[in-house]
Design a protein around this ligand. Structure first.
Ligand code: ZN
Length: 713
């Protein structure tokens, strides 16, 4: 066999300008598996360096690019090695590219032709085990183009054959990758019910509960209330097939309800891949959200043992779809009422908070409900929208005030000035680099061509100078792109004019909530809320679109005076005013005037509130009540405030219970007089239990019982 390196054809193609530049060996294997399996092929690829040496390249000028070892993928994205190869060629540093098989250098025709085009333009030779090719020559170019096409065709046929084989298996209903909870796939490929009785019982329970409750959330709440956990069998790893019990989640329940296997059906290809949404390096990206059973690529009924009938499965799907459309419709009607919808984030768990509108007429609030809707846990936090929105609206209008705007525009001008300094600096650097390149070029041209060694050094110097210019230009371009657009004088004038109109527009009756929200969204990046249950003020962090942020605390409705941060101050002030001989009405007005606020949602104090507070502090209101008719407590009755003290509750709470009908109570001297509560032994026990029972969804049945007063003796 003749050595191709010394064959007359090969040596005819080799020119001095090829040998002056580098030889690159490009080593590639698709998958880590192949890398492990085909050690020999990899060794052969590295041996190509010897071939480059045999063709006449000095060892120091042979470089190996093996960044793509173990990289699969049909395109250059995600394959830095191939990109580096292209870059080296385009920088005119390469004289020869070597690969084990030419056509395998690139995996798609597009990449291959790009490489060919570049090699032809920069007069680079290509070589594999069979020979040396010069892409500037017609015959070689044709031949290389054809090899690329053949390789792509081969790949296509191979993939098609693999896919067809898989599809045939699926058509027979035999291709089962993984089975959901409640089923077991045996090594033989057979699919049966899970042998664990408890697992089967939980699956059946989910279907039964869905029949009864009709919503995924209903089923989830039921499972949580009864502390039922979900079975999970590990699909892979050392514990494969091992049974674990995990807390239920909305998603697992939904998947069970939607999976046709539970009705005994087989499906394949229910999540087709959309090539437009695929990302390189993410094999599972671009998959759809799941087709209806009938639209799947393969769909066969009665293939597996079934938990439910097909009719029941279909009824469930209809019910789920109806729930979904009702949910969407509800969202659409209310859309636009809350100013900050979609902008509020939870400062505790980092999730987006949603708007809860409640019943008509009720004030909306922002809630972090992800944990509750996914896992049935209590709400993370919530805050009524009113005070938050009022403060944010104030801030929005404040930043648009002419004075504030002038400050921003001045700041922008300063930024521009600093930027022009930077730009000047860049221009100077570029100028210097271009001058260096010019000088290197002049030196190169002035040199005698016979002095080969000097010419080569000068050429390299010129080359390096040009590269430096190129690099700087690219850097400058990147810098310029990263800078925001400059404001012209016309832009400024327009901003000033528009800003003057914003406050009027904001308050105009024809402006809808959606319009206001639009304005807020333009200016505000997000609002982060942190509610501390022990504090009656919530921390708000307002992040503006420009990156600035400001913090504030807004008042929130709390359950009682004890939760209020200024209760000590309030009680002291109350006692002082009372000591000065003021009547409740005067005290109420004074407290309002001094900026105190009652808890819950009341805006101002009333005389009645002050009277109750004085009562609580053990002080007697100054103005005596109307003289009371004779009367008194009956057997088993307590004064309401005494009972509250006995139970360690606030009288407000007990009054709340009374209003809700959870107590037997009466006004001893008629309308407007103090309340008495009947609570003998058993009833007192009930009230204690009611007081101590945590307000959780899981306790709701127990709470409902405890809230019913015992029959009065
Ligand atoms: Zn949260």
């Amino acid at each position: 066999m003749t050595d191709p390196a010394h064959s007359p054809v090969a040596s005819a193609k080799l020119r001095p300008w090829h040998l002056d530049r580098n030889a690159i060996v490009y080593v590639r294997q698709s998958t880590p598996q192949q890398v492990a399996d085909h050690q020999e092929s990899t060794a052969r690829q590295y041996a190509l360096a010897d071939r480059a040496a045999a063709l006449g390249w000095p060892r120091s000028q042979v470089c190996v690019i093996d960044d793509d070892l173990g990289k699969s993928g049909r395109s250059i994205e995600g394959r830095p090695g191939f990109q580096r190869l292209l870059a080296e060629v385009a920088l005119d540093r390469v004289g020869l590219v070597l690969g084990l098989e030419m056509s395998r250098l690139a995996r798609s025709c597009k990449d291959w032709h790009q490489l060919l085009e570049l090699c032809a333009r920069f007069r680079v030779l290509l070589a594999d085990a069979d020979g040396v090719y010069d892409p500037t020559e017609y015959a070689d170019r044709l031949m290389l183009g054809l090899t690329g096409m053949m390789s792509e065709a081969e790949l296509h046929v191979l993939k098609g054959r693999m896919h067809q084989g898989k599809l045939n298996k699926a058509r027979r209903g035999e291709l089962v990758v993984a089975v959901p909870v409640g089923y077991i796939k045996h090594p033989s490929g057979e699919v049966t019910f899970d042998p664990d009785e408890q697992v089967r019982a939980v699956v059946r329970l989910i279907f039964d509960q869905f029949d009864e409750r009709g919503t995924v959330h209903g089923v989830l709440r039921y499972l949580i209330a009864h502390d039922i956990r979900m079975p999970v069998r590990a699909q892979s790893g050392p514990a494969r097939g091992h049974l674990e019990w995990r807390p239920p989640s909305r998603e697992t329940i939904r998947q069970i309800l939607r999976h046709p296997i539970y009705a005994g059906a087989y499906r394949y290809g229910h999540r087709p891949t959309d090539a437009r949404r695929q990302r390189p390096g993410h094999p599972k990206s671009g998959r759809g959200s799941g087709l209806a059973a009938e639209d799947c690529q393969v769909f066969l009924k009665d293939r597996f043992p079934a938990y439910i009938s097909w009719e029941r499965f279909e009824a469930n799907q209809q019910r789920l779809a109806a729930n979904r459309s009702r949910h969407e419709a509800a969202g659409a009607i209310r859309d636009g009422a809350a100013l900050l919808a979609g902008l509020v984030w939870c400062g505790r768990c980092g999730r987006r908070m949603y708007v809860r509108y409640g019943r008509p007429g009720q004030r909306p609030s922002y809630v972090c409900s992800a944990q509750r809707s996914d896992y049935g846990l209590p709400l993370c936090q919530s805050l009524s929208a009113e005070s938050l929105e009022a403060w944010v609206a104030e801030q929005v209008l404040a930043v648009l005030r002419p004075a504030a705007l002038e400050t921003s525009l001045t700041a922008a001008a300063e930024v521009e000035q600093r930027r022009s300094q930077l730009t000047r600096h860049w221009e100077q650097r570029l100028e210097r680099a271009r001058f260096e390149a010019d000088r290197a070029a002049r030196q190169y041209h002035a040199c005698e061509p016979e002095n080969r060694l000097v010419v080569r050094t000068l050429e390299r110097r010129w080359d390096e100078a040009l590269q430096e210019v190129q690099r700087l230009e690219a850097d400058y371009d990147r810098f310029a792109r990263s800078q925001p657009r400059l404001l012209g004088e016309a832009d400024r004038a327009q901003i000033r004019r528009l800003a003057e109109e914003v406050p009027a527009l904001w308050h105009s009756p024809t402006t809808t909530a959606a319009d206001r929200r639009q304005i807020a969204r333009l200016l505000i990046e997000r609002v982060v809320l942190t509610v501390d249950p022990a504090d009656d003020r919530a921390a708000v962090r307002l992040e503006w679109a420009g990156g600035a942020a400001q913090e504030h605390r807004v008042r929130r409705a709390v359950r009682g005076y004890d939760d209020q941060s200024d209760w000590p101050r309030l009680s002291a002030r109350l006692a002082a005013l009372h000591g000065a001989g003021q009547t409740p009405a005067v005290i109420a007005a004074a407290l309002d005037g001094e900026g105190f606020r009652p808890p819950k949602r009341a805006d101002r104090f009333t005389a009645a509130m002050v009277r109750r507070l004085l009562d609580r502090l053990g002080l007697r209101p100054r103005v005596p009540r109307r003289t009371s008719p004779p009367g008194g407590l009956n057997a088993g009755e307590w004064w309401l405030h005494e009972l509250a003290g006995h139970l360690g509750l606030s009288p407000h709470t007990l009054h709340g219970w009374r209003r809700k009908g959870w107590l037997h109570a009466r006004q001893v001297y008629g309308r407007g007089s103090p309340w008495a509560v009947w609570a003998d032994g058993a009833e007192l026990d009930r009230l204690r239990q009611l007081q101590n029972c945590p307000r959780l969804w899981s306790n709701r049945d127990q709470l409902a019982t405890l809230r019913r007063p015992l029959p009065r003796k």
